[in-house]
Ligand binder design. Structure first.
Ligand code: 1GP
Length: 239
């Protein structure tokens, strides 16, 4: 299955964090996610407590028949169970480890993978609290009201050769990204834009889609309250 995102898309992805699931409840959780009918499933985390990502990926594929995309927090998460890998460069940061260092370490493994490797300009936007990505990468997020910085960062990312822009307030962000910032970024680049971090309702999805996001990612909200959100998400209009 192919992860093939386009500039005109209005798609939904669910993020599975392998650290958050024990084998005994994973099946139930995934069956709940399946009812939402996401367009894509992302898998990854900014921490790995134990290396069960391949097993979780395999089980996820057996239940949800949608393209499975690795959203890696670290190169050790690379595996062949996924259909595509978002090769993230943290272009909002100034930490060379996350711009090129991790990628060099990942290169031999990347070369062996059958999955599509997609260069992704990853922009961390301030979501009101210190998130795992901010802490682990030791970088400052782009201030949430500085849309001009976000726009210039995304444009630079596109010219450098990124195929996607991922705007992330970070997992569990208190404040999701301002849709007005998404609109400006989406307008400024010709590559698809992914938005995630702290999204908790289906109204927010519409808001992001209407402002140019091509893929909206939800993780935590589903982990916290599957019932509430699956009801809303199931009822959403498919585009
Ligand atoms: C995090 O964008 C993803 O990197 C999803 O965030 O878990 O807050 O939905 P949430």
């Amino acid at each position: 299955m192919k992860f093939d995102l386009h500039k005109s898309d209005r798609k939904l992805a669910v993020l599975i964090d392998p650290d958050k699931h024990k084998a005994d409840e994973l099946y139930d959780y995934l069956n709940g996610i399946k009812l939402i009918d996401p367009d894509y499933v992302l898998i990854g985390s900014s921490l790995i407590h134990d290396s069960n990502i391949e097993i979780v990926a395999r089980i996820t594929k057996s239940i949800i028949h949608k393209p499975l995309v690795l959203f890696p927090g670290h190169f050790t998460q690379l595996n062949d169970e996924v259909d595509a890998v978002l090769l993230l460069s943290l272009i909002s940061g100034r930490n060379s480890e996350h711009l090129i260092g991790q990628h060099v370490l990942a290169a031999p493994k990347l070369k062996t993978l059958k999955s599509d490797i997609i260069s992704t300009g990853y922009m961390l936007i301030d979501g009101g609290n210190l998130t795992s990505v901010g802490y682990m990468s030791n970088t400052h997020p782009i201030p949430r009201e500085k849309a001009d910085i976000a726009v210039c960062t995304a444009i630079a990312g596109e010219y450098i050769g990124m195929k996607l822009i991922y705007m992330d307030a970070g997992s569990g962000a208190e404040l999701p990204i301002n849709p007005a910032m998404v609109k400006k970024v989406a307008k400024a680049v010709d590559i698809p834009v992914i938005v995630g971090g702290g999204i908790r309702s289906s109204d927010q999805l519409d808001d992001y889609w209407n402002n140019g996001a091509n893929l909206v990612v939800i993780g935590n909200a589903l982990e916290e309250s599957n019932e509430m959100l699956s009801g809303e998400l199931k009822a959403r209009e498919k585009h």
